[in-house]
Design a protein around this ligand. Structure first.
Ligand SMILES: [Zn+2]
Ligand SMILES: [Zn+2]
Length: 352
């Protein structure tokens, strides 16, 4: 089969690799669509992982082979593959911090080499513990593979929205209107809150408004916090979701969030960034800082429901489609996005 193998920093190699062999409790899935995620880009561009590896984790496909001990699944079934599943028994899991669980962090779906997701390949192997623990999600007939590939990123955003306790009537500032920021806007609206967005790119400001933001601004606007306070009875927003790794965006969030409000870090910052802050700002204004990383096992069904029943319009986020062969070009585009670049999807089965 073909796969895009990570051979070193910024070295993707489109190669022939052995199709994974499955054990009696495993399932093989033919990858139809895999979303390109910011985290994939980071893994490709920085020396974080020892090569060779096959990344890709926003995977939707068809079951093509089933181990003899697997029950409840059939060849030909369309599924979303979750690339990691928590143990449900450790102290983290018992406190619902599934993404902190060591079993969760240890990715086991693979298309070969050290298991690393395996979505950037013709086929991906799903290990027994993921098959048994709800890590395969059946895709309803009326839902496309493209739509289904959004279940994982939706879960990650949904987890953040839940953690920040976004509630009806609240106002939420979302910094950054790329694919993640736009998804946040739609989710915040779905939960009955008002969304305000910022982005440097004018077309993204327009897009934010078109997916339901009540207002959207250029973050360089010197009157930003005044304008946001005008929209929130002079208070500021209840919560800010930081969907860009920018310290400027964080300080704007402090200016724009009400006393007693929340600021949630969603985007991952470069490791060398440090943000100096006077703790009294947090103390006197009772601002809660929080982080949300990856997905939550607990809200898996809700994430699937939101995507499958089109409670948010994930299709509006898709801007570009690449065959797997051209993954490197897709990564280039994601690094240097055009004003119209949003979510990029990859198609392993489209040979040229
Ligand atoms: Zn992802
Ligand atoms: Zn655990």
């Amino acid at each position: 089969m073909k796969a895009q193998v990570f051979r070193g920093v910024n070295q993707l190699s489109y190669e022939e690799v052995p199709t994974p062999e499955i054990a009696p409790d495993e399932v093989l899935v033919q990858v139809k669509v895999v979303g390109l995620c910011q985290s994939d880009i980071k893994k490709i561009r920085y020396p974080l992982y020892q090569p060779p590896r096959i990344f890709g984790h926003e995977t939707a496909g068809v079951i093509t082979s089933i181990g003899s001990e697997v029950t409840g699944w059939q060849i030909g079934q369309r599924v979303v593959v979750m690339h990691h599943i928590p143990c449900m028994r450790c102290d983290y899991c018992l406190n619902d911090n599934f993404s902190m669980c060591d079993v969760y962090k240890n990715i086991t779906t693979t298309a070969g080499f050290t298991p690393s997701g395996g979505g950037f390949a013709d086929y991906v192997k799903v290990p027994g513990h993921i098959v048994r623990s709800g890590g395969l999600i059946p895709i309803p007939d009326n839902v496309s593979f493209e739509q289904a590939s959004f279940v994982e990123p939706t879960n990650c955003c949904l987890k953040a929205v839940k953690k920040a306790q976004v509630a009806p009537g609240q106002t939420v500032l979302i910094t950054g209107a790329g694919p993640i920021g736009l998804m946040f806007i739609m989710l915040v609206k779905y939960f009955g809150a008002r969304a305000i967005a910022t982005d440097l790119i004018p077309s993204r400001i327009e897009k934010a408004l078109s997916v339901g933001a009540e207002a959207a601004f250029d973050p360089r606007d010197p009157d930003l916090s005044t304008k946001i306070k005008a929209l929130t009875s002079g208070l500021g927003v209840d919560t800010t979701l930081l969907a860009v790794p920018s310290d400027k965006a964080f300080f704007q969030a402090l200016d724009c969030t009400r006393r007693g409000g929340k600021i949630l870090f969603f985007a991952e910052f470069p490791d060398e960034v440090e943000i100096p802050i006077n703790p009294n700002i947090l103390y006197r204004r009772e601002i809660d800082l929080m982080g949300s990383y990856s997905s939550s096992y607990r809200i898996q069904n809700l994430a699937a429901d939101i995507v499958f029943n089109q409670r948010i319009d994930v299709e509006t986020l898709i801007s570009d489609r690449y065959p797997l062969q051209h993954l490197a070009a897709a990564v280039e585009q994601a690094i240097a996005p055009t004003p119209e670049t949003y979510k990029i999807l990859i198609y392993p089965q489209t040979a040229e």
